[in-house]
Unconditional design. Structure first.
Length: 150
């Protein structure tokens, strides 16, 4: 496997930035901006949130469970996550390879199980069984020869 340290480092940097650093900075920024530009300037909101700490506590107490619910709905109830996974499978050569290998191997496993059952019952393999084994071996050999990891 070819390893390009620069691109791997870039990927790890982007993941760390987008998932952790930017998330924390964006949350702090959103809370600060909304409090000091909106809440502080409106007496009604200022009476509900008398200090920045109160604002953070209340918004965090309501926002975190709400966002957990939204995340749950995204993964479990909406069609958007399925669409994201479909695109991931369509565009990732590694996942596509796993899918193709699985489609090739499942019939092989079924045939092997049938043969093991026959042999465990002391039955002899017929000429048809031997032909199927040869055909299956040829298909697997052809698949191995044609596959590309890249």
């Amino acid at each position: 496997m070819e390893r390009n340290l620069a691109f791997r480092g870039w990927f790890y940097f982007r993941t760390g930035w987008a998932t952790y650093f930017a998330f924390v900075v964006a949350a702090i920024n959103a809370l600060t901006v909304t409090y000091f530009l909106a809440v502080e300037n409106y007496p009604t909101l200022n009476s509900i949130f008398p200090t920045f700490f109160h604002y953070v506590a209340i918004v965090g107490g309501l926002g975190v469970p709400l966002l957990v619910l939204v995340g749950y709905i995204h993964f479990k109830k909406s069609k958007s996550f399925k669409a994201e996974q479909d695109v991931l499978i369509e565009t990732s050569p590694h996942i596509r390879r796993i899918l193709v290998n699985t489609e090739i191997l499942l019939p092989s496993y079924v045939k092997l199980l049938e043969l093991v059952v026959k042999l465990s019952q002391n039955e002899k393999l017929s000429d048809d069984d031997m032909n199927q084994i040869s055909t299956l071996k040829s298909e697997l050999d052809e698949h191995i020869d044609k596959r590309q990891i890249k």
